[in-house]
Design a protein around this ligand. Structure first.
Ligand SMILES: Cc1cc2nc3c(=O)[nH]c(=O)nc-3n(C[C@H](O)[C@H](O)[C@H](O)COP(=O)(O)O)c2cc1C
Length: 297
């Protein structure tokens, strides 16, 4: 068992928000999915207060080692999520973490107070990779913005609050320290790195949103360094992600200081990747235990 902010998980492998649609997967694979659910805790796609259409297509570009996405957070909004998605996500065999994003403090407060009051929800993740419309600053890129938001949210719920850090910050460890001082229960990182691709024919930006977020193996070394420096800076549990595609990758993030890991882009290649990575991780730690006990020479 793994303790994540007081919530007991059967293992350390989560999904990265927005990279695994558990409701669509259950439609495709049936109830067998519940018997072999690939993650030890399910993180929802980020929801916002109002419904969003997302960015115009194209929304994806494949790089030699991952993706650039400009999905733009399409979602049903809070009311749609509560009415349609939450009852289905509550049937998953693992604890549920709901990811929320607000474009100002009032939106965030309403999201956290409402979602936090739902019995089906074990944890909340605060996606701070968006501009605060009141200041124009990316909330999660600035320690003071992060602290102000977390301080306002802390009294609104007793549920654990995990701050998702953006790698597009001067010093993610400083943002993590600010989140910890303001009352966050955990941090997760990394979200995607800002990138772009040009249409090979027109030389115009390929993505409908002009720029997008880079993910996958291309970002793994950056993510590992950030997880390492953030883990040293705070006492909070850290969820590490960014390009994890094997048990070895996951083990590296745990060695760097993470309590849990999350699998994102790899699930697009293989929807069972979370289960495979969990099994590889267990096999690796068995081998290491045998080696250190002298059973293997
Ligand atoms: C298609 C796509 C959609 C994503 N949507 C979200 C989202 O809704 N909320 C969020 O916090 N992160 C989102 N992410 C970021 C991932 O959760 C993760 O932080 C990032 O992709 C790094 O992990 P990876 O390299 O394993 O994919 C998205 C990533 C991708 C590729």
């Amino acid at each position: 068992m793994v303790d994540l902010c007081g919530v007991q998980l059967r293992g350390p492998v989560l999904n990265g928000s927005g990279t695994y649609d558990a409701i669509a997967a259950r439609r495709a694979f049936g109830d067998e999915l519940l018997e072999r659910f690939p993650f030890d805790c399910f993180v929802s796609k980020t929801i916002t207060l109002a419904p969003r259409q997302g960015n115009p297509p194209p929304r994806l570009w494949e790089t030699p080692a991952g993706l650039i996405n400009s999905i733009g957070l399409p979602n049903k909004g809070l009311a749609g999520f509560l009415a349609e998605d939450l009852p289905k996500l509550a049937e998953l065999p693992v604890p549920l973490c709901v990811s929320v994003m607000g474009f100002d403090h009032d939106e965030l407060n309403e999201l956290v107070a409402t979602v936090g009051a739902c019995d089906e929800v074990a944890l909340m993740e605060l996606n701070f990779s968006c501009p605060n419309v009141e200041t124009g600053l990316i909330m999660g890129a600035d320690p003071a913005e992060t602290a102000a938001a977390v301080e306002a949210l802390r009294p609104l719920t007793q549920k654990p609050l995990i701050v998702k850090l953006t790698p597009n910050a001067t010093e993610p460890a400083a943002v993590a320290r600010a989140a910890e001082a303001a009352g966050a229960d955990g941090v997760s990182l990394i979200n995607t790195l800002k990138g772009m691709a040009l249409d090979p024919k027109t030389h115009e930006p390929w993505l409908g949103g002009t720029t997008g977020g880079v993910s996958g193996p291309a970002v793994r070394a950056i993510a590992l360094e950030q997880v390492h420096s953030v883990s040293k800076a705070v006492q909070l549990p850290v969820i590490g992600m960014g390009g994890i595609a094997s048990g070895r990758d996951a083990a590296d993030f745990l060695t760097a200081g993470a309590t849990c890991v999350a699998v994102g882009t790899e699930s697009f290649r293989d929807p069972a990747a979370g289960a495979r990575i969990g099994a590889e991780l267990r096999a690796l730690s068995r081998k290491e235990r045998e080696f250190s006990s002298g059973a293997v020479r």
